[in-house]
Design a protein around this ligand. Structure first.
Ligand code: B12
Ligand code: SF4
Length: 634
């Protein structure tokens, strides 16, 4: 039990930590500035502050809330234990938003705290996913409970008060299971929020929030549908406005909307309409990065309203271009015949596109991956492509099936970062699969393709000063730092003592010698890559014909003979999928002479169409005139 130091007045200490994970050498992945503030932390922090303001524990026991993100802040467990003791001994450490690859680190943070008698509660996708899909708790969660760590599965919106009350009595339960009831998040009093001094530790003037949760699709590798459900739950436009205004008031104007599929947020239009009002009538120049699916362009008005609502970047779950792989993963909504149309629609309004591409579906081989990437480069007008290794993430159907069949999966959760191979593949060895992932970045981001991406963007009216840092970030994270761009940050911090439990403490000579050499190597590489990219940008800008650039990927599908597109013809599965789409189009009257239908905007305006209304053109111009340092994400 914690020693209680007499104080004038006891204060309950609620300390929220978003953990990081370990690199391959067992050191905590940490930066001076990390990529972006965690929405999971923002959600729990705001609920906790709400409880503090409501004096949940009564006027005699005020609640102090403190939040830290380990990707940019060192977690000092001794100081935390001391802080609780100095304030009367009552407190709780909540380890927040813990993903599977962060679970081992979360437990390593919890261990010394438990030894010091501090109450610890772990929540997030790993525990929620396991409870949602597995009949029995897995060994790592049981082990954590064995240390006296409590587990919180499900969302905190309706359960945090109970946890705080239990913790204040020193009676935290081993398990809080809120998986059966998905709370309504429409108009809650304390929507996600983090204060500015926290956001300053991340890159750019960006914060994140979820405008909704849940997705209607059924991809077998996805955890979201099993944790957050398939029904769309969403915040009201009033609530979204509240989040935007709270941030605007503290000088934050850029947002990553974390909805996995904002296009399937049932209230997307009302939310966009409110944001458009804030931008166009109230003068709030807010900008967004959103995530959508490959059919979003079919939702009437979605892309044009995205533009007016200040969306500057969009993440698209492309995942793969082989229909056989997409069907095997139950990603039936991804139709290769729609990919170029959808990307051209985003280009039409000058929005930068990022697509996720998963490597290791059952038909993938090193050769097919290489081949597919060359097709993408030639035939799809995409800006950034990011790669992931197909991973049976706890909480997904894939994980459940392998688990029930007793198929080998790596027991080390730290590797479930979608950058490590953690199970077998029918056509690739572990080494081939790992190599295919590593080389994919280099296959896509060649000098030649950098120039093509930049030329396509320039011709489409995309601001190159916004594109360049993002292109740099996504192409350089793996070759420079060996981490995924979503995990990269500015200047890697390493502490010799912050090493994974069970690994030896290295000698200062070895540790600091390697650390210094690494820093020097990375600085040289970063400078070289940045200068190189800048040269390519300057070359394109200096070309008087650059605005007229056109290539196959920028050509609307209607203008060409689809028979010649390799994307449509490269294998039997692709040919069958295209045939099927044509039959459907003919039956639904959507066809155009047997060709796959083309969105209205493209028919009239072409990919560089100028069919936006005057207000939109103003908004576009305004954005293009910006010259601020860009965040890699928003
Ligand atoms: C935004 C996001 C990111 C952001 C920010 C992270 C964040 N957590 O905010 C960034 C870009 C950094 C990121 C990175 C990665 N991500 Co991510 N990310 C997301 C995303 C899209 C939204 C997260 C979110 O805001 N959710 C909404 C919040 C409110 O839900 P929540 O986290 O579950 O939190 C609620 C409850 O769990 C509970 N709760 C959580 N903690 C606690 C603690 C206590 C004490 C209590 C009481 C309750 C509680 O209350 C919260 C509020 O209701 C999710 C998908 C999703 N829909 O969640 C993927 C997701 C979490 N990411 C995932 C992955 C795999 C990654 C990466 C490994 C990918 C990569 N290679 O880059 C990295 C890992 C980063 C790392 N440090 O290692 C997976 C994790 C799956 C798993 N089984 O662990 C998810 C689920 C997506 C997927 N593919 O399935 N990610
Ligand atoms: S579309 Fe995205 S969020 Fe929806 S089920 Fe598939 S992977 Fe999950």
């Amino acid at each position: 039990m914690l020693k209680r130091t007499p104080t004038t007045k006891a204060r309950f200490q609620l300390i929220l930590i978003k953990p990081s994970h370990y690199d391959n050498d067992g050191y905590v992945v940490q930066w001076i500035r990390s990529t972006m503030p965690s929405n999971s932390l923002a959600a729990v922090y705001s609920l906790a502050k709400g409880a503090a303001e409501r004096e949940l524990l009564g006027p005699d026991l005020p609640i102090d809330v403190m939040a830290m993100d380990e990707t940019n802040t060192r977690v000092k467990t001794k100081e935390i234990a001391r802080r609780i003791a100095e304030n009367g001994g009552r407190g709780l450490v909540g380890i927040v938003g813990v993903q599977s690859n962060e679970f081992p680190r979360a437990v390593d943070i919890a261990r010394p705290l438990r030894e010091a008698g501090v109450q610890v509660l772990i929540g997030g996708f790993h525990v929620s996913g396991c409870l949602a899909m597995l009949k029995e708790l897995p060994g790592d969660i049981k082990e954590a409970q064995g240390l006296g760590v409590s587990i919180y599965a499900g969302e905190a919106e309706e359960g945090l008060d109970e946890v705080i009350l239990d913790a204040a009595r020193g009676e935290l339960r081993p398990l809080y299971d809120h998986m059966k009831h998905l709370p309504d998040i429409g108009n809650i009093a304390s929507p996600p929020f983090l204060p500015n001094d926290f956001i300053e530790r991340t890159i750019g003037n960006v914060t994140s929030f979820d405008a909704g949760r849940g997705c209607p699709f059924q991809c077998s590798f996805c955890t979201i549908i099993n944790v957050q459900g398939r029904k769309s739950r969403y915040r009201t436009p009033d609530s979204v406005e509240q989040i935007l205004r709270m941030n605007w008031d503290q000088g934050i104007n850029r947002f990553f909307i974390t909805d996995d599929n904002f296009a399937r947020n049932k209230d997307w239009e009302a939310i966009f309409d409110r944001i458009i009002k804030l931008r166009e009538e109230d003068g709030m120049d807010v900008r967004f990065c959103i995530q959508v699916d490959t059919l979003c362009h079919k939702i009437p008005g979605f892309i044009d309203k995205s533009k007016r609502a200040g969306v500057t970047r969009v993440f698209i779950g492309l995942e793969n271009i082989n229909p056989a792989n997409l069907i095997a993963a139950k990603k039936r909504q991804n139709k290769i015949t729609e990919y170029r149309k959808m990307l051209l629609e985003w280009k039409r309004v000058g929005i930068i596109t990022y697509a996720g591409y998963i490597l290791g579906f059952e038909n993938d081989t090193p050769e097919s991956i290489r081949h597919d990437l060359e097709i993408i480069k030639k035939e799809l007008p995409l800006d950034m492509l990011e790669f992931f290794i197909l991973t049976p993430l706890p909480g997904s159907e894939d994980h459940k099936v392998l688990h029930e069949k007793g198929v080998w999966m790596d027991p080390d959760m730290n590797k479930y970062d979608v950058e490590h191979v953690v199970t077998g593949h029918p056509k690739m060895t572990e080494a081939e699969w790992t190599e295919a992932y590593r080389t994919a970045w280099g296959i896509y981001y060649t000098d030649e393709h950098f120039e093509t991406i930049i030329r396509r963007a320039y011709a489409s009216g995309i601001n190159l000063r916004s594109l360049m840092p993002v292109l740099f970030w996504f192409s350089s994270a793996v070759p420079v730092e060996g981490v995924h761009p979503l995990q990269w940050g500015i200047f890697r911090i390493k502490y010799r003592h912050d090493r994974r439990a069970g690994l030896p403490l290295e000698s200062p000579f070895v540790f600091y010698g390697r650390y210094a050499a690494d820093i020097a190597r990375k600085l040289v590489l970063v400078a070289k890559r940045w200068r190189h990219l800048k040269r390519i940008v300057r070359k394109v800008e200096a070309d008087p014909h650059a605005k007229l650039y056109k290539d196959e990927a920028l050509t609307p599908v209607i203008d060409e003979d689809a028979e010649h597109m390799e994307l449509y013809t490269q294998n039997e599965a692709a040919r069958t999928a295209v045939e099927r789409e044509r039959r459907v189009a003919a039956k639904t009257g959507n066809g155009n002479g047997g060709k796959v239908p083309v969105p209205a905007g493209l028919r009239t305006n072409g990919h560089q169409g100028n069919g936006h209304d005057a207000g939109l053109q103003d908004a576009e111009l305004h954005i293009n005139e910006q010259n601020e340092p860009a965040s890699p994400l928003v």
